[in-house]
Write a protein that binds this ligand. Structure first.
Ligand SMILES: Cc1cc2nc3c(=O)[nH]c(=O)nc-3n(C[C@H](O)[C@H](O)[C@H](O)COP(=O)(O)OP(=O)(O)OC[C@H]3O[C@@H](n4cnc5c(N)ncnc54)[C@H](O)[C@@H]3O)c2cc1C
Length: 384
């Protein structure tokens, strides 16, 4: 007997969960946006923990144009190398860490979720804006950081809080950069970049950093430009698609190295995000309904773990095994909650600590904790 599942939200968490669950159950994904929902074209980095799970779902790295990253390099704002920190992600954690265009990753998840394959929270009743309803055995709420449904599970005091930092995000093509500069910077040219994630740091106490990693086989580079946001900032749209003020980005980093300034200057699609996260929730599930993804554990991108946690959440639905009865659902959702909630709370805590500055040893310990995860069955065994 298969269960009827409703997933609210077709972002990264919702689609990954749909991919896992459609193997044995009937899954419908509900999305309030249009076909272009959640398709902002900037970069996203999936670490070994997320990639190990994605590989079990049939993830095709070539379709997603995924570029493996083999460590980190930090530079000063003039572009001088400060530290090289190679990491053998595959050797150490069992899978590569890879960077992708967010839109390519979401397209690949959509393919995986839909390709042919081998009061209401307690009852599984979902009421839509037009008053129509659906009844499901399980309702998965994956509607992102500004979840409208979170308050059905926990009280409405749990809201995301800004941490005072602003992030401008751009993805720029190699073609455009070659046209503007006449060459590709060393940290971008595949012959010299050594697959590192590069970070340029202002080093003057202003907390300005620019992190770059390659996308689509080096045809694009993602730049995340982080700085303390202005207090007098007006109304900023809080979505993946909020357009940023290119001039503000250029002005904020106008003392960085010439190639970087030039690159930011020619950026066409500039997105802005006010960094925010969510305090750990006291529970994720109520009856037949469960929160996942940013709706359950939004965190800032300092460790690049947000969507990796969403993929891990999706993997935990393997516990909704074939033949499970409607009556058994609540117990399984409680189990998912007890496995996932403590882990995401720890990753959130580490991410907050990282924003304040941590030592290299602490960073390695975080990588071990994050990338050492091997899926829900191993996590369950450890708990037992
Ligand atoms: C600047 C920045 C950089 C990041 N970089 C990384 C990174 O490198 N690596 C990483 O792992 N993570 C990264 N993250 C975090 C990652 O992007 C998120 O954790 C991830 O997108 C969460 O996925 P989600 O599906 O929960 O939410 P979303 O991707 O936001 O999707 C939510 C979906 O639900 C839909 N929806 C909303 N409300 C409703 C409703 N009422 N009914 C129906 N549908 C609804 C929305 O339209 C959307 O499609 C970054 C985040 C930021 C801000």
């Amino acid at each position: 007997m298969s269960l009827q599942l409703a997933i609210i939200g077709s972002g990264l968490a919702g689609l990954a969960a749909a991919r896992i669950l459609r193997e044995h159950h009937e899954v419908t994904v509900y999305e309030r946006g249009g076909p272009d929902a959640a398709t902002g074209g900037q970069g996203i980095c999936l670490f070994s923990n997320g990639i190990k799970i994605l590989q079990t779902m049939g993830f095709d790295r070539d379709r997603a144009g995924a570029v493996p990253c083999h460590g980190y390099r930090t530079f000063d704002k003039d572009g001088k190398l400060v530290k090289d920190f190679p990491v053998d992600f595959k050797g150490k954690y069992g899978a590569d860490t890879m960077a992708m265009k967010r839109s390519d990753f979401r397209d690949e998840l959509l393919r995986l979720a839909t390709a042919p394959s081998e009061s209401w929270p307690d009852e599984g009743l979902v009421v839509f804006k037009d008053s129509s309803t659906i009844q499901a055995d399980v309702v998965i709420v994956a509607d992102g950081v500004h979840s409208r449904l979170r308050h059905r599970i926990v009280d409405s005091s749990y809201q995301p809080k800004k941490n005072g930092m602003t992030c401008y995000r751009v993805a720029i093509s190699a073609e455009a950069v070659k046209a503007a500069l006449g060459y590709l910077p060393e940290s971008w040219d595949p012959r010299t970049a050594d697959s590192r994630i590069s970070t340029l740091m202002a080093g003057d106490g202003s907390r300005r950093t620019v992190t770059a990693y390659p996308l689509r086989n080096y045809d694009y580079m993602s730049f995340s430009c982080l700085f303390p946001g202005r207090q007098d900032r007006g109304n900023v749209l809080e979505s993946w698609y909020a357009d940023g003020d290119r001039q503000e980005m250029v002005d904020t980093f106008n003392d960085f190295s010439y190639p970087l300034r030039k690159i930011l200057d020619i950026a066409t699609e500039v997105k802005v995000w006010e960094l925010q996260d969510l305090d750990p929730l006291p529970r994720w599930n109520k009856g037949r309904t469960i929160l996942i993804g940013d709706a359950a554990h939004a965190m800032t991108p300092m460790q690049g773990q947000g969507s990796n946690m969403a993929v891990e959440d999706a993997d935990s639905f393997r516990l909704l095994r074939p033949g499970l009865t409607r009556e058994e659902v609540e117990g399984v959702l409680k189990q998912v909650d007890s496995i996932r909630r403590p882990r995401t709370a720890r990753v959130l805590g580490d991410t907050r600590a990282m924003a304040k500055g941590i030592s290299m040893d602490e960073m390695i310990a975080n990588l071990d904790f994050n990338c050492g995860y091997n899926g829900v069955f191993e996590a369950l065994k450890r708990m037992e």
